[in-house]
Design a protein around this ligand. Structure first.
Ligand SMILES: N[C@H](C(=O)O)[C@H](O)COP(=O)(O)O
Ligand SMILES: O=C(O)CCC(=O)C(=O)O
Length: 357
């Protein structure tokens, strides 16, 4: 059978070094060791150190492990929001986070624009304690311009800013000093098996969570920020974590550091430009996001004039598994992941195919 290449927006193609790391994991008994052992502490410390380097983590920011980005949405609401958060919503996942806040009976507000539309109004209610921004909206391939995040930071020095970097890190450069907390899951740009989320917080987040606890709020149980910190300070986790996932993340982050974040980010820009150029040249495709500045480099989304069935079929015949549209766009869009694992050659072939559609 022809080998498939997954261009899906996550889970996606597995990073090419994972096979070797899985063999090492077996040899090193990673799946057998106790999460209270020194071996595990070394795995945790290694993953943290490599991620800190890759993401250029500022002084005073900590990294914790969760089960997913969905989990982090809930933890943020529990630990960092007393009454109100404010969400910039223009796709399914930013909407889902806002909904989580409402489910928790917060008076959370949202600035909503049509899917893929640009945010013109950056005002935030005075009462909002935390602002949520999605760097890369996976559902429709929208990138929140960094200049606008800088503006939000400058206008709201006392509020917390939470960055959804789920399908962005480490392929999109970002200065973490601009936000107080950020998170991602590993089945996107890291090319790893799903089931692990990464939560980054600064000292202001710890202080906020401590303050909420002092006021009698429930900040969660085993994964409250206080518990994550108490255990994380010892390179441990409150629960038995996804040890294999943390091990693989450390190894892949190390591989990526060898390639350098800058190189990965430059390659991502180059490959994205090829894909958008091809989509613009095609007769049957057009980019879903109108503003060039806001088009995602990691999840390239195109509208297909007569529905996506025929193009997805030809792609599958070539061994390329490409994402359908998300939600109501299921039959009308294609979503092509442009993650670090996708080589220039593969993307050039994909672009060549798209141009001819
Ligand atoms: N696909 C979502 C997104 O891109 O935001 C995703 O559900 C969030 O990540 P988890 O499924 O790992 O929670
Ligand atoms: O297709 C995607 O963007 C991923 C889907 C997903 O994670 C979800 O629906 O929760």
């Amino acid at each position: 059978m022809q080998h498939k290449i997954y261009f899906t927006p996550g889970p996606s193609q597995i990073f090419y070094t994972v096979e070797d790391h899985l063999k090492s994991a077996l040899n090193e008994d990673v799946m057998c060791i106790s999460h209270r052992s020194a071996n595990f502490q070394a795995i945790f410390a290694h993953a943290r150190a490599e991620l800190s380097k890759l993401l250029n983590l500022p002084e005073g920011y900590d990294i914790y492990f969760t089960s997913s980005a969905n989990e982090v949405w809930e933890r943020i609401i529990q630990n960092l929001v007393e009454k109100q958060s404010h969400h910039f919503v223009n796709g399914s996942f930013s909407k889902k986070f806002h909904q989580f806040a409402l489910d928790y009976q917060k008076s959370s507000t949202a600035t909503k624009v049509e899917d893929g539309g640009d945010f013109k109004d950056l005002s935030v209610p005075d009462e909002a304690e935390l602002i949520s921004v999605t760097l890369n909206e996976t559902s429709i391939g929208y990138t929140f311009p960094i200049e606008k995040i800088k503006e939000l930071r400058a206008q709201n020095p006392d509020k917390l800013i939470a960055l959804d970097a789920v399908s962005a890190f480490p392929a999109i450069p970002f200065d973490l000093n601009l936000v107080d907390t950020a998170y991602f899951s590993v089945q996107k740009c890291f090319g790893l098996p799903a089931g692990l989320g990464v939560w980054i917080v600064n000292q202001k987040c710890h202080a906020t969570a401590t303050n909420l606890e002092a006021k009698g709020h429930i900040t969660g149980s085993y994964h409250s920020l206080a518990q994550l910190k108490a255990q994380g300070d010892k390179y441990q986790t409150p629960e038995t974590p996804n040890i294999l996932g943390i091990y693989l993340l450390g190894k892949v982050a190390e591989d990526m550091n060898r390639r350098t974040a800058r190189q990965i980010q430059n390659d991502t820009s180059y490959k994205a430009a090829l894909l958008y150029q091809a989509i613009s040249e095609s007769n049957s495709l057009e980019p879903f996001v109108e503003s060039k500045e806001c088009r995602s480099k990691t999840v390239v989304v195109a509208k297909v004039n007569d529905g996506n069935e025929a193009i997805l079929k030809s792609m599958t015949e070539k061994g390329w598994i490409v994402g359908k549209g998300y939600g109501s766009y299921k039959g009308d869009h294609i979503r092509i992941a442009n993650f670090p694992v996708h080589s220039k050659e593969q993307i050039e072939q994909m672009a060549d195919f798209l141009t001819k559609q």
